[in-house]
Design a protein around this ligand. Structure first.
Ligand code: 0O2
Length: 205
């Protein structure tokens, strides 16, 4: 425990992650029951690995301790919601905002405002009230949770781009980056077409 970057929170963070994930799965289940449509294709969650957290703290020039890991870095708990359609992303966002004891610390809409490299996703940093003491000594405590929401197409693109970003020795970087951007734009166009098709199918039902 003493060696963990998360100190006394090492075993608490996975519990918060699991409880919060269950709350998401619950509103997604209710949505399906009410409308007949699923709003999530799949969901992933993780506590940031010790190594990644230490690297991130070092990169930011911060002391490697659990207080910084839980307050200065806001993605110690990360959840990714992958959806079939763009509208489903915004339905999940709405539901997340309606959860009790949860507030939005930051949100970035990289779907309407894609990154220059073509990256698209909806990012939220949430603050969740939890039945554990936080680093400030408050109980219930407040804990950051990062939620990334994407379509399957956006997720596929991000996975490939992530691989390339970390392969520093790759040849033809510029060509690959340019082609990736083109793919991102084409996938975004497909996402829009798929959304339109779904709307048409629903209207005709
Ligand atoms: P990892 O290893 O995936 O967790 P911050 O998280 O505050 O350091 P920033 O830039 O302020 O970073 O936040 P932003 O833009 O919301 O990005 C946070 C996360 O989104 C990243 O986490 C990535 O997971 C993902 N992301 C953002 N931009 C890109 C991109 O261009 N390509 C891909 N594939 N993923 C991206 P980390 O901590 O960088 O990495």
């Amino acid at each position: 425990m003493e060696n963990s970057i998360y100190g006394p929170y090492r075993d608490i963070l996975p519990r918060i992650k699991d409880d919060f994930t269950e709350r998401i799965r619950t509103f997604q289940r209710l949505e399906k029951e009410h409308t007949g449509y699923k709003i999530c294709e799949h969901l992933l969650s993780r506590v940031k690995s010790e190594e990644s957290m230490r690297q991130k703290l070092e990169k930011r020039g911060l002391k490697a301790d659990y207080k910084n890991a839980l307050t200065q870095i806001k993605d110690s708990i990360g959840i990714r919601i992958v959806c079939d359609f763009i509208d489903d992303i915004y339905k999940n966002v709405e539901n997340l905002k309606n959860l009790s004891g949860v507030s939005v610390h930051e949100e970035k809409d990289y779907i309407h405002h894609a990154k220059p490299n073509g990256y698209r996703s909806y990012h939220m940093i949430l603050v969740s009230e939890e039945p554990f003491g936080d680093v400030y000594g408050n109980t219930p405590g407040e804990f950051f949770i990062e939620v990334q929401l994407r379509t399957i197409a956006m997720d596929t693109w991000a996975a490939l781009e992530h691989q390339i970003k970390y392969k520093k020795s790759i040849k033809n970087q510029n060509l690959i980056t340019g082609e990736l951007k083109r793919c991102a734009d084409e996938l975004a166009s497909c996402d829009l077409s798929m959304q339109t098709l779904r709307n048409l199918i629903r209207e005709s039902e």
